[in-house]
Design a protein around this ligand. Structure first.
Ligand SMILES: *[C@@H]1O[C@H](CO)[C@@H](O)[C@H](O)[C@H]1NC(C)=O
Ligand SMILES: *[C@@H]1O[C@H](CO)[C@@H](O)[C@H](O)[C@H]1NC(C)=O
Ligand SMILES: *[C@@H]1O[C@H](CO)[C@@H](O)[C@H](O)[C@H]1NC(C)=O
Ligand SMILES: CC(=O)N[C@H]1CO[C@H](CO)[C@@H](O)[C@@H]1O
Length: 641
């Protein structure tokens, strides 16, 4: 999500000059609404650039040193809160410790392996204050994946949250014997706090350029090892700045997130957004369905962040009631806006209604991506839309976004054998979303992956519509409608082929998810002996109030109505032929509550691999139990699906 030269053709030459100066990476806004969020942000970031203040440390410093904001609450965590001035003072002490006790130097990468805590945030700014670069590690990693990340960042020092210290095992420590691993215990923190608050001079921090690395954020690595995405200073500032304007974050707001800060959503759209408005940032250590609203009430938050299936999890919880009065607490909060990514159409309205949330602000973009698209929706019109490629945008900026046909065999954009170029799809047809890059200066817009040229070049596609042009591959399949709204269809690689048709797993799971007995559906294609392609399988979690049979599984009414429901809602080739009933809490998700398909897909419907889960298959007008005998008859080729 970075930005394009704002409407250079419209704007005054002065603005154009400034915009060029920051090499203004902003594409984004399709609508005037959005443009008015972007333009002031570009100007502000450009101004910081001219003053050598692109480093995010300066945002905190400015708020801490201003009379109007110094005593405003910056951070709330559990029972603690810190004003901007207090947080700044703490950061300087931690910084002093890092510099004098651990010799942290300008330009080095310091790995931070933390759950969301106040300490994490202080250390982040302390690292920045020294002109060093934080590399944020997913605290859930251990073993090879953890060692890979530390090595990739070439970090000399890894600072660790005591809560997750056990994930950093002897295997990792001995493999990386030249790295110091340091658990930030309460005792160590006291030592840091006991240091003098010394502001590091500007010299090692003030020469940051817009495209320089501000932070390293690892991708979730659902199939391979995590990749180290470079997030530039401009991106931190731009994303924070324009999302704050776009959702209207005010200095009096309290923005709550329990999404992990090691990921870009909470870091850029959360922390950077809050700083940009000088608001209050309230954090939950990690996401918990049962604690979410309690935290929201406790911190009096009016903006909440979600990612992936978060809202679905919140919806599947029973109504919260006051233990004394029995009052329903679902709407007892001051949240005016839920801001995030991945809210599915099948829960969109139910979520808004049950919790009384007026506005959903759904964004779309990838950590390493060079653009973003957005939709702010108060009614149903934008439901499920990830954003909008507006007419104004097309008029002013020309085509910076393209949707191209995908070859699902090779999982890359299809190329015309005659011309070698890709093909834009028609309205309504699915295709991979691409964003234009400046071919002569790709790095100004897309910095790629740290120390990984291979992975970087895989995200760049050249000679797409004309010789030598360059485009960023999102890896997402979307379709657009005549209103230019973009709808997420699937991740490339998730779509599978069945009966010579391409089946979008996201679209199937939306339909399955609308059945009243289903809390969550994760759809994927499974290999079936003697059949070409993959057959659809839906791993589902039943709602706790769904009627169950004697064995605790779905009863026959559910098995019939589900069959009728999918037949009514999906074309024949897209029907999930198999349904795997998974116990609540047993569907794998990433740290940002995004569904994982990898393991499920590999297990398929082989009864030896689906362990204790009950599998059903579609037989006429109902789903029936799929038994080892059925599997056997498929194997000997006795059944045709
Ligand atoms: C800047 O970095 C150099 C090398 O790490 C260090 O010697 C110097 O003290 C730093 N300057 C300040 C003001 O921190
Ligand atoms: C499905 O995808 C394949 C390969 O990408 C393509 O050739 C084919 O036309 C698509 N089929 C349909 C029905 O869209
Ligand atoms: C992270 O680890 C905790 C405890 O080890 C576990 O409960 C949780 O499911 C893990 N989360 C993810 C996303 O792997
Ligand atoms: C920026 C953007 O795309 N906004 C649109 C989001 O959807 C609403 C309707 O829900 C439209 O009115 C906005 O224009």
């Amino acid at each position: 999500m970075s930005l394009l030269p704002v409407p250079v053709s419209l704007a005054a030459p002065a603005l154009a000059a400034v915009a060029t100066y920051v090499n203004a990476r902003c594409q984004v806004s399709y609508d005037l609404d959005m443009l008015t969020s972007v333009i002031p942000t570009v100007l502000r970031v450009a101004w910081w650039g001219t003053r050598g203040q692109l480093n995010t440390f300066y945002r905190l410093e400015a708020l801490a040193n201003s009379k109007s904001s110094e005593n405003r609450i910056f951070l709330r965590f559990e029972d603690k809160q810190y004003t901007y001035a207090q947080a700044y003072d703490t950061v300087l002490r931690y910084s002093n410790w890092l510099k004098t006790r651990r010799g942290v130097k300008k330009g080095e990468l310091v790995a931070l392996n933390f759950q969301n805590t106040d300490t994490f945030i202080f250390l982040l700014f302390a690292v920045w204050s020294l002109g060093a670069i934080p590399a944020l590690i997913n605290y859930n990693l251990s073993g090879k994946a953890l060692a890979h990340c530390v090595r990739r960042a070439a970090a000399r020092l890894v600072l660790i949250d005591p809560t997750v210290a056990e994930n950093v095992g002897g295997d990792v420590r001995s493999e990386l014997n030249d790295v110091s691993f340091e658990v930030v215990t309460p005792e160590l923190e006291l030592q840091m706090l006991g240091m003098e608050a010394v502001r590091p001079e500007d010299e090692n921090r003030s020469n940051a350029q817009a495209a320089d690395i501000g932070i390293i954020i690892f991708t979730s690595g659902t199939t391979g090892l995590p990749k180290a995405a470079i997030v530039s200073w401009a991106k931190i500032a731009m994303v924070g700045g324009y999302t704050a304007r776009w959702i209207g974050t005010k200095s009096s707001d309290v923005y709550y997130t329990a999404m992990p800060l090691y990921h870009s959503t909470a870091m850029l759209m959360g922390l950077s957004n809050t700083l940009s408005a000088g608001a209050t940032f309230a954090i939950g250590r990690k996401f918990s369905t049962s604690r979410f609203w309690e935290d929201v009430r406790k911190h009096d938050a009016n903006i909440v962040q979600y990612v992936g299936e978060t809202c679905r999890y919140l919806l599947s919880a029973p109504p919260a009631t006051d233990p004394v009065t029995g009052e329903n607490l679902d709407r007892k909060h001051n949240v005016r806006i839920a801001f995030g990514n991945g809210l599915r159409p099948d829960v969109w309205n139910r979520f808004k209604e049950r919790f009384g949330i007026e506005t959903i602000a759904e964004f779309y973009g990838a950590t390493e991506g060079s653009y973003g698209t957005w939709n702010l929706s108060r009614n149903d019109f934008g439901m499920g839309a990830v954003g909008r490629n507006g007419a104004l945008y097309n008029l002013i900026l020309g085509s910076g976004v393209a949707i191209v046909q995908v070859d699902h065999e090779t999982e890359v954009p299809w190329r015309d054998p005659k011309t070698g170029f890709c093909r834009q799809v028609a309205f309504g047809e699915p295709g991979e979303l691409l964003f234009k890059l400046p071919a002569k200066n790709i790095e100004s817009r897309f910095q790629g992956y740290y120390g990984d040229k291979d992975a970087t070049s895989k995200k760049i596609l050249t000679s797409v519509f004309s010789k030598g042009d360059a485009w960023f591959r999102t890896g997402d399949v979307v379709r657009s409608d005549r209103e230019n709204r973009l709808f997420f269809t699937d991740r490339i690689g998730d779509t599978f082929r069945w009966k010579s048709e391409n089946v979008s797993t996201a679209e199937v799971s939306q339909v399955v998810g609308l059945h009243p007995a289903i809390a969550e559906a994760n759809v994927y294609g499974v290999e079936v002996p003697h059949h070409e392609g993959r057959a659809g399988c839906a791993a589902v979690i039943l709602r706790s109030d769904a009627p169950s049979g004697p064995d605790g599984g779905p009863n026959s009414e559910v098995l019939h109505s589900l069959a009728a429901h999918v037949r009514a809602g999906l074309p024949r080739y897209a029907l999930p032929l198999f349904v795997r009933v998974v116990k609540a809490g047993n569907l794998q998700a990433t740290g940002t509550n995004k569904q994982q398909k990898y393991t499920l897909r590999n297990e398929g419907v082989d009864p030896k691999k689906t362990s204790s889960d009950a599998v059903f298959w579609l037989k006429g007008n109902a789903y029936e139990r799929f038994t080892p005998r059925d599997w056997k008859s498929l194997k000997i080729g006795g059944v045709k699906l």
